[in-house]
Design a protein around this ligand. Structure first.
Ligand code: C2E
Ligand code: CA
Ligand code: CA
Length: 532
């Protein structure tokens, strides 16, 4: 993978996982903060309730004490004693004697009766437990109070008026205090006290409420908070969680990208490429050195990856040979080349296609029958197919090689020895193999213009070829001077960059058309139309 593609994979993987992890971090941080806020608010409401219950306990005790002494007396001495009790209690504002029909018989502070806006009927009071205790709202001109009434006997009750002020409910933390209110309500919904007398600025829809009911008295505490204020309360963990999630996302993305760009097993990659038809035949013209007329082409494999990268054979042929993948690749190249070159092969019977065949495959008994079968299905005749024996290793069994060459030639195929001069084929082996042609290695062609010994070797090969009726092709011809030198040595056929590098099928067809003699004008037009 190229450095640019690697960078793209890293950037893409890290961005994806960063977004994913940050999203998950945002959701979990929001949930965590919300549940933490719920827990803290629940705790605060319970504190307010406990305070209120303790205050009500206090008032109920005072009333109970009076009631336990029988029907409350209304004489000056009895009222004097009750006033003393009220003074000691602090929380109780007044204690009154109530008759069976709910009428106030007398009050510890008789003046306070004038403060009442109204006194509730017994049926309007809310029973609290089984002890004849009732709670109710007392509306007075200076505010609202909680009434506690306890029955003494069938005809008499004692009622206490408890002043529960807002300070009792002042439980909210400083950050929320201006945006919240705490209300004490009776079970019937009537409000008894508020932490803040003034209403909150936020409308109904922008408020959230938490409430908790008392298990002992028909009372409940309600906390209302502006949503906006709650959203920014105790949100410190948010950024911490988001940062951690982001860092985890980057780490995960990095590991993921490393996994993606990790070099895959080369054999598995080769198999995948074969299955994906990623090996393409390229064609390098073989031409007459004198006339520049193209007489054939050598098929050279190129691995073209999905991203367009072209891999040369030096990077895969040896592995393919060593792992037995070369067979499948060779058949694929032959089939595709016969199809790509169908028109030329059919119209120019002198045109030859050369294929590189590894010795082991060439020697296998299945090779020749399969080749015959494929060629029979194509537009080519066997004598248009040259098998170049590439000798990376020496022929394991010379006798077997001689037989295989003979059989292939009997079927009409041409056989050539590749890399002559540097391969394993010595002169004697070349003679024994009895092939149709030789390909002189680029090594000698490179040296021909300035090294006399190269000329000597080439002239010797020319003589040998002439004697045995073999063709001779010079490989790797890069310069005009080399063409001149080769011609003067008696080599008439060549292949090299001086003419063209290995080309994709369409480009080769166009090249062929422009270098073919006038007789193939029809084909030339056909090919250039195809290339366009
Ligand atoms: P080769 O059969 O000797 O092929 C000639 C090589 O020389 C090719 O290299 C070609 O591109 C290169 N060449 C041609 N003209 C010039 C030139 O003027 N200058 C220079 N510097 N190089 C030139 P390529 O295509 O890289 O192939 C390398 C080798 O891989 C081939 O050597 C052949 O042995 C093997 N090969 C290629 N395709 C196949 C295949 O399909 N099957 C098998 N078994 N072997 C293959
Ligand atoms: Ca070759
Ligand atoms: Ca060669």
């Amino acid at each position: 993978m190229s450095a640019r593609n690697t960078l793209v994979v890293y950037l893409a993987a890290i961005s994806c996982t960063l977004i994913l992890f940050s999203g998950a971090g945002h959701i979990s941080a929001t949930k965590l903060i919300a549940s933490q806020q719920d827990r803290q608010l629940g705790e605060l409401v319970r504190v307010a309730l406990r305070r209120t219950e303790t205050a009500v306990d206090h008032g109920v005790n005072a009333v109970e004490k009076v009631a336990s002494q029988g029907p409350m007396g209304c004489d000056a001495q009895a009222l004097q004693a009750i006033r003393l009790q009220i003074y000691r209690s602090g929380l109780v504002k007044d204690i009154r004697a109530i008759s069976a029909n709910g009428v106030i018989r007398c009050s510890a502070f008789s003046e306070t009766l004038e403060f009442d806006k109204q006194w509730p009927k017994r049926s309007q009071m809310i029973p609290a437990g089984n002890g004849g205790l009732r709670l109710f709202r007392v509306e007075q001109f200076y505010g609202t109070a909680l009434g506690v009434q306890m029955d003494v006997d069938d005809g008499n009750s004692v009622a206490g008026i408890l002043g529960l002020d807002g300070a009792l409910l002042d439980i909210m933390p400083a950050e929320l205090r201006p945006f919240s209110n705490v209300t004490l309500e009776l079970a019937d919904g009537s409000s008894i006290a508020k932490a803040r007398p003034e209403p909150l600025s936020g409308g109904e829809g922008n408020m959230t409420a938490v409430n908790v009911n008392s298990q002992r008295y028909p009372l409940r505490i309600i906390v209302t908070i502006e949503k906006g204020a709650l959203q920014s309360w105790n949100t410190d963990p948010y950024w911490l969680i988001l940062t951690l999630a982001g860092m985890l996302g980057i780490l995960f993305g990095f590991l993921l990208a490393r996994q993606i760009v990790k070099p895959t097993d080369p054999v598995a990659a080769l198999d995948k490429a074969i299955a994906g038809n990623e090996f393409h035949p390229y064609y390098q013209p073989i031409f007459e050195l004198g006339s520049r007329r193209v007489t054939g082409a050598e098929v050279l494999a190129r691995w073209i990856k999905a991203d367009g990268t072209v891999i040369p054979p030096a990077r895969f042929i040896e592995l393919a040979e060593d792992t037995g993948r070369i067979e499948a690749m060779t058949w694929n190249q032959i089939e595709r080349a016969l199809s790509d070159m169908r028109a030329i092969l059919a119209t120019n019977r002198m045109f030859k296609l050369s294929f590189n065949i590894a010795p082991r495959q060439f020697l296998s008994p299945e090779f020749l029958p399969k080749l015959e079968e494929i060629v029979a299905r194509s537009s080519a005749k066997p004598d248009q197919i040259t098998l170049e024996l590439t000798e990376r290793e020496a022929f394991p069994d010379a006798g077997q090689a001689i037989c295989a060459v003979r059989r292939a030639r009997q079927k009409g195929f041409k056989v050539a020895i590749d890399d002559v001069g540097i391969g394993h084929s010595g002169l004697s082996q070349i003679q024994r193999l009895d092939v149709d042609g030789l390909k002189v290695d680029k090594f000698f062609v490179d040296a021909i213009t300035d090294d006399n010994s190269a000329t000597v070797v080439i002239e010797m090969l020319v003589r040998l070829a002439r004697e045995r009726g073999m063709t001779l092709v010079a490989e790797g011809v890069e310069a005009e001077a080399q063409i001149e030198a080769l011609l003067s040595c008696g080599v008439h056929s060549g292949q090299g960059y001086v003419m063209a590098p290995p080309l994709p099928a369409m480009q080769f067809l166009a090249h062929y058309a422009s270098h073919e003699d006038a007789g193939s004008g029809r084909l030339a037009n056909q090919a250039s139309r195809g290339a366009a």
